[in-house]
Write a protein that binds this ligand. Sequence first.
Ligand code: GLN
Length: 247
Amino acid sequence: MKYSLTIGWLYPDLMSIYGDKGNIIALQKRCEWRGIAVTIKKISLDAPSSEIRSSDVLVMGGAQDSQQTIVAKDLVKKKEALQEKIENGTPGLFVCGGFQFLGKYYKEADGGIIQQLGVLDMCTVNPGGKRLIGNISVDASTFFGRETMLVGFENHGGRTKIGKAMKPLGTVIKGYGSNAEDGQEGAVYKNCIGTYLHGPILPKNPILADWLIQKALEKKYKKTIPLVQLDDSLAQKARETVSEKML
Ligand code: GLN
């Protein structure tokens, strides 16, 4: 049987910085190398919610506050579909500004509030001043159930705190993470991942790309479909170089 997946790429023209587009390429290539057909749907302003509903995996990148303000106005129209998908276990990756959107609100440095979707129990405050910038490594062993370090690059003013019932994606080894205070990075809710890791995160961390692909296949075909192992030695070398640099 030939498998296929549809990637719903949310606001590619507005929410995609620091190489976030690489997340789409990583998902596409890692599927195609395994013979899984991929359709990429660009879902931007005024696209109907049906585009979200027909996606097997959702991906949204980060942006500056100005783009987030534009997107916020459009996203309210798509909230129901997005919430439905997240609640029904559709896998999703939401990076930085995209991650902030899942929370209740984002308070900008000038005090303005950008209403967020409120899908997850979390909120973000940008106190102004120092931005949290640099390479970051995260211990995500609890999430993956085996020793795993994620690496990436972060650049954000917002500090995100998640509710007590929410689980972080991991704990910070080097860098700032969600808020530079509690050592947490990102959030996990059902099959939805929120994170501050650009980089882009998926080419640098194939384990997470494969996790999303696996979940998307499982959800669509209602069975576990083992993924063919790929040669990730180059990605592994890059990861080692980055982590050595961070020491
Ligand atoms: N505008 C947000 C912040 O600075 C998100 C930045 C980003 O997506 N890199 O907190």
